[in-house]
Design a protein around this ligand. Structure first.
Ligand code: G3P
Length: 224
């Protein structure tokens, strides 16, 4: 399963991509606006940090297919490497997706809330579809169940699109998506730590350190 970071916070991207097995970065207009800085400098800085082999997903701000295509081509040219334009699902978005696939531009169809939307996006040729797990949970939907149904639909109909689950509030939602065979998750900067933390782990490490120190004091393996 691909692990992608859903943030444009440069410090967080630097830290997390150094310490965790991260496969790329996703952004959207809200995430970019939070940084309140120049779009191109920010996105190019992210590309510099993650390198050209890792995926960078950036969202179009256009709503008409011709303009979406134009913006996608410009972003691919400027941001280089493994690039996917994020397009919210709509008729114009689907038209743009079909055109961009002919032009060889990667597409992530986003703002997906139902398996039916995901199916049509996949048929249009989207490389990834991004269902919003936590936003569904927030309205008493079942976000991870929607992800499970999309995964099943794509297998059933031999569709090549990958499921990139987005919008997470906690580790349990991420874990369920992984259990359902989701291809990728994109998580905010506070989630990675929650995925690896456990009080029993802290306890075990404290025990190892205590026993070693009792026997050898400050001496480490390097000092033997
Ligand atoms: O990429 C879409 C995702 O960022 C939405 O997440 O946390 O705003 O619901 P959230």
């Amino acid at each position: 399963m691909l692990l992608i970071l859903d943030t444009a916070d440069i410090n967080a991207i630097k830290h997390i991509s150094e310490y965790y097995p991260v496969d790329g970065v996703t952004t959207n207009p809200s995430i970019i606006a939070k940084e309140n800085t120049d779009f191109w400098s920010l996105l190019k800085e992210i590309r510099k940090i993650i390198g050209e082999d890792k995926m960078l997903h950036a969202q179009t701000t256009q709503t008409v297919s011709d303009k979406i295509v134009e913006e996608a081509i410009l972003m691919k040219k400027e941001l280089k490497g493994s690039f996917f334009v994020k397009i919210p699902i709509s008729e114009e978005g689907l038209k743009a997706t079909m055109e961009l696939k002919k032009l060889g531009v990667g597409v992530t169809m986003t703002a997906i809330f139902t398996p039916a939307q995901a199916l049509i996006a996949a048929k249009a040729g989207a490389d990834f579809v991004a269902p919003y797990v936590n936003r569904l949970d927030n309205i008493l939907g079942d976000g991870t169940e929607v992800v499970a149904q999309i995964v099943k639909l794509f297998k059933l109909h031999s569709l090549n699109s990958k499921v990139l689950a987005a919008s997470f509030q906690n580790a349990e939602q991420v874990h369920k998506c992984a259990m359902y065979g989701c291809d990728a998750v994109t998580i905010s900067a506070d989630i990675p730590k929650t995925l690896i933390s456990h009080p029993m782990t802290d306890n075990a490490i404290a025990g190892f350190n205590r026993d070693w120190k009792n026997a050898y004091g400050d001496k480490t393996i390097l000092d033997f």
